[in-house]
Write a new protein. Structure first.
Length: 287
């Protein structure tokens, strides 16, 4: 049975919490919204059989600090870089979902020597979402705009975290009850911690700065091998975008794969399929 340890370390000015398991070449897993490092519970035991797996809570999420600022993706990437340095990891394989994929993409562009290969799950890059915005897209991405409103989301969500999260987990999954029972309760508890909703909102509220950062190096393609995975049945990603085309604009060495009967959370909805793809893509990663 895989032993998953919990640790904290001070890096880039904040106290970061992370899960750790296994030994071997390092693989970092960066969660998205509305999740925490708990999202990787189906991947960590499998990957830890061959790799040293680290799954942090991002700035503003889970048990990691939730400061008032620093949520632009360049700085959130620096959080991860400083975590890597603090742990003495060196070069890594990097996996990111949703918001974590935005952090992972910026990290790979800003610090290419650190990343041997990159996996991005169910993510349309920030500048592409901004570039392609339309009334139809805005309807699907309504929460982007809602989360940008100062203070109001926190006030409306307070004491209703379960209703807020239930909407996303049901609406975003092919099977609306994928996240239920203890798993759902775990996320509710995480988002009821002081500052947790504000931290997630701050992540989204960095959008304008994130777009500006992405525009500067829009013509620079990621050189390392990239695997893009997405749920074929999620309206806001797989059904609205040609994801292979989107990520061919981002990366020069790309494998793109849709996952059937899957929404926005491939790692939770189709964990066996995702684990097979991850192990296949990581094959040959020796640190």
């Amino acid at each position: 049975m895989t032993t998953i340890k919990r640790h904290t370390v001070h890096a880039n000015g904040i106290r970061q919490h992370f899960l750790e398991a296994g030994s071997g070449p390092p693989v970092l897993l960066l969660h998205g919204f509305p999740e925490t490092s708990f999202a990787w519970r189906h991947q960590i035991p499998v990957l830890a059989e061959k790799y040293h797996v680290i799954a942090p809570d991002l700035r503003g999420y889970g048990e990691t600090d939730k400061p008032a600022s620093g949520y632009d993706k360049r700085n959130m990437a620096l959080d991860t870089v400083e975590l890597i340095k603090a742990l003495g990891l060196g070069r890594i394989a990097l996996v990111g979902h949703d918001r974590g994929a935005r952090v992972a993409t910026r990290l790979t562009k800003d610090h290419p020597a650190l990343v041997d290969r990159l996996v991005v799950m169910d993510n349309v890059p920030t500048r592409v979402v901004a570039r392609e915005m339309s009334p139809k897209l805005a309807k699907a991405y309504w929460f982007f705009f809602f989360h940008l409103v100062p203070d109001l989301p926190e006030s409306l969500i307070r004491d209703r975290e379960d209703l807020w999260l239930r909407h996303f987990f049901s609406d975003w999954c092919y099977d609306p009850l994928t996240i239920s029972g203890h798993d759902f309760d775990t996320y509710v508890q995480a988002y009821r911690r002081p500052g947790a909703v504000r931290g997630a909102m701050a992540d989204y509220r960095a959008n304008a700065e994130d777009v500006a950062q992405d525009q500067v190096d829009a013509d620079v393609k990621i050189a390392c091998p990239v695997l893009s995975l997405w749920g074929a049945d999620f309206e806001a990603v797989g059904r609205m975008f040609d994801m292979a085309e989107v990520w061919s604009e981002m990366a020069s060495n790309l494998r793109a794969e849709a996952i059937e009967q899957c929404g926005h959370l491939p790692h939770e909805e189709q964990p066996d399929r995702v684990n097979r793809l991850l192990l296949e893509f990581l094959e040959g990663w020796n640190g």
